[in-house]
Ligand binder design. Sequence first.
Ligand code: DMJ
Length: 589
Amino acid sequence: MRLSRDDPGLPLYHNENNRNQTLRRIRTRARFWFAQRSTGVKIGLLFLIGFLLFGLLKICSNAITTDVHQMAVPNQNQDPIIINEQIIGGKPENPKEDDERVNDDMAVEMDNRQSDAENSPAHKQAHRATGKSVKFNGPDNERQKAVVKAFQHAWLGYKKYAWGHDTLKPVSKSYSDWFDTGLTIVDGLDTALIMGLEEEAAEATEWIQNKLTFEKDRMVNFFECTIRVLGGMMSAFYLTGNEMFLEKSVDLGDRLLSAFKSPSPIPFSDVNLLKRTGTNPQWGSDSSLSEVTTVQLEYRAISRASGNSTYEDLSFNVSQHIHKIGCDHEGLCGMFINANTGTFKKGATITFGARSDSYYEYLFKQWIQTGKTIDWLKDDYGKAMAAMEKHLYRNSEPNKMFFIGELLSGETYSPKMDHLVCFIAGTLSQGSQNGFPRKHMDMAEKIGETCHNMYDNPTGLGPEIAHFNMIPGKEDLYVKPLDAHCLLRPEAIEGWFYLYRFTGNKKYQEWGWAAFQAIEKYARISTGGYSSISNVKKINVQYRDSMESFLLGETFKYLYLLLGDDQTVLPLDKWVFTTEGHPLPIYDH
Ligand code: DMJ
């Protein structure tokens, strides 16, 4: 370019070096160019520059905040997890000393995965959760207020007669212990938080912090202790941001991992919390399918929050193992699997009820929890639902009630459905909202309706088990005397909660409200608490004198959420409810 005297880029100082001269020339030209513009263009340009600078500053400040939050939780990775002097996770000081259960390869794999975990997005995401709490506004209508009062009545009875013990015996005004870990407190805490019950939540928090210890020389059921105690505390951690809950969960989680000292990827069913040993159940040599496949949400949550991937690795290994060996009936599995051999028991019953139910639930929910990134979970779930429709889903006579029966010994069809099976109405409807066929929603609605029919009894409560009639001319559904008891289980109400969220059909709220009124009328004990009853067909009720912890952990929680006007509480694209009804965050992978 030729420079002339009136050229704004003409150098004025000839002793400058070339670089300075060029910069000066650019600046002078820019100033000249800017002076030539109209006022409107000048204002526009200044606004644009300001906007760009603001954007830049925002990005920098976010980066700084993220770093600060990442420091909030101490890195749990440093200590190896030692169980009975065997390193089964963490960073082993000397991997060669590991027992035969955890071979060298596995220890190295653990080690690698653990240091990967330190830098993983999940680790960072979890640290961001620390210190944050979720705000709940309390009940927004009269029905919700009634459920809150019921929760408080249950809490009061438990506090008066059973505080610190597992469950209340409301009729005899005493208690019983199963794991001796204050089960009702830990299972019910997140419900108190969600209902906005600050006093009850504070009492529970104080007890967990100061009194709860896992130094207990007793065998506990690995699955039940995980879903009720660990799940309850991890949910409380994510809802409140209180790290004490995470520390307690890590302590319990380390002890429960003793279940994995079996010779196969399948864990033992029972654990001694003090001695840190695992064994088969007292009644036999097999573990239940649902029990070994329904701990993964909880352990993944601990791993992601603590940065120690061992919990997630060991528990997910169970799911991977079952995926690898496959299930006989086109994706439907038998109810027993052996912790010594890692193989399914031949000819076991296939059911969506007790001992199998939540295997299917956690295939789907693990897929959701991991941000829909693990395709085989979705595929196995889809395959199982198709096989369920083909082999188990039938309708009754004369009124065509749809139900899910069982294959006894893996062969003989039985039109029997546990109350537990009602959970599938929730899972199927949630699946349909997440890409599974519309048909899944139809099945969910039909099962939800059948579960409602199961409550068509003089007490208005549902029995433990129902049998369906497939021959024309008789009643659709009948309940055998030994199956007529009611533990105030959550599954039907849980199903109606999901169905209401996704369809907005108010009949689900009415069904929930009717069930709640039946609980109030026939299960409430005036001195405090609620009792399971012996026969849903008899209004002259006989109490079983026990208040299960899931009444507070699940039944009242799902009733409260179902009956709310505000259905945006705990949105289902951000939170996944564990099998025990404890909300945990959804990750992006
Ligand atoms: C709960 O402990 C869990 O939902 C579990 O998966 C099976 N059912 C009971 C309550 O009925």
